[in-house]
Design a protein around this ligand. Structure first.
Ligand SMILES: N[C@@H](CCC(=O)N[C@@H](CS)C(=O)NCC(=O)O)C(=O)O
Length: 203
């Protein structure tokens, strides 16, 4: 298998963390330089017509796009350790928290970054006003999650799950880029630092 990735990009990093947690060792990493628009070449568009990373290319030549779809595929192929839940309630809770974090935190933080940061002008049709409004939404969400994470080691299910990967990678990458200081959010900061000590997060 080949995973098309890019150093520091948060979406492929989620897959790399997932792969490391599972101990999968038959994946070749192909790094693209997004700054040099290597993801927009005709060759890469044949693999990923949406010009995004990650993309997982199987030995059969079949391609899976979208971070969660790739991780779901890998979970089926390599079930242990379980990351998406084992019983109906666990599965529902992990999906619920994954979706909540995506829509309440990651999306506004991502829009805040993509629509206001000068480095993103090449990749985004920027709308500064929209970006600033999204940043404000993100700050309100951060306050909510700060209360929520009081004394919690993991987001849900009392174990490390895919929802934690979504939460921690998003915050690690996007908070600073929105010029927000995570030290102002003590519980979130502790939660992130604890998770970041996992060997998988060194990728
Ligand atoms: N929904 C996609 C998003 C993938 C995505 O946006 N990847 C970013 C890197 S983190 C990318 O390829 N950006 C290139 C661009 O915006 O042109 C997923 O979850 O895989």
């Amino acid at each position: 298998m080949k995973i098309y990735s890019s150093p520091v990009a948060p979406s492929p990093r989620k897959v790399l963390i997932f792969i490391a947690e599972k101990g999968i060792d038959n994946v070749q990493i192909v790094n693209l330089d997004l700054g040099k628009l290597e993801h927009k070449t005709p060759e890469y568009k044949k693999i990923a017509p949406n010009s995004r990373v990650p993309a997982l290319e199987l030995d059969s030549g079949e391609v899976i796009l979208e971070t969660t779809a790739i991780c779901r595929y890998l979970e089926c192929k390599y079930p242990e350790p379980n990351m998406f839940g084992t019983d109906p309630m666990e599965i529902a809770h992990i999906e619920m928290w994954y979706s909540r974090v995506s829509f309440e935190l990651m999306m506004p933080l991502m829009h805040g970054f993509r629509h206001t940061h000068p480095h993103m002008s090449q990749l985004e049709n920027q709308n500064n006003e929209f970006g600033l409004a999204q940043r404000e939404l993100a700050v309100n969400s951060l306050k909510h999650y700060e209360e929520l994470m009081c004394d919690k080691e993991f987001l849900t299910c009392k174990k490390f799950t895919y929802a934690d990967i979504q939460m921690v990678t998003s915050l690690q990458f996007l908070v600073r880029l929105n010029k927000i200081d995570i030290n102002d959010y003590k519980n979130l900061n502790t939660y992130i630092n604890n998770i970041a000590e996992r060997p998988s997060f060194s990728v």
